[in-house]
Design a protein around this ligand. Structure first.
Ligand SMILES: [Zn+2]
Length: 84
């Protein structure tokens, strides 16, 4: 999902396409403590570019350590749509 505050329509009606993602390939050897908790979790980062065909905004979705964040690509890198 795209954060509601980043689209002119509040995210309603957005049609978001995922691009080709990339993942870092560091190896994290699991280290478990006496409670079975992994103290060395996989912290590789997966980065997926997203673009909305409705409002034309671009985003970067980042997954790391089971958390997902979405960041807006700055406006100046956005292509100006001349058609429509
Ligand atoms: Zn949108």
């Amino acid at each position: 999902m795209i954060p509601k505050d980043v689209c002119p329509n509040g995210g309603v009606g957005c049609r978001v396409t995922e691009g080709m993602g990339t993942t870092t390939l560091a190896f994290y050897q699991p280290v478990y403590n006496e409670f079975g908790v992994n103290n060395n979790p996989d912290m590789n980062t997966t980065t997926i570019p997203l673009s909305c065909s409705t409002c034309g905004r671009k985003f970067i979705s980042t997954y790391q350590g089971g958390k997902r964040t979405v960041d807006i690509v700055p406006e100046e890198s956005k292509e100006i749509a001349s058609e429509d």
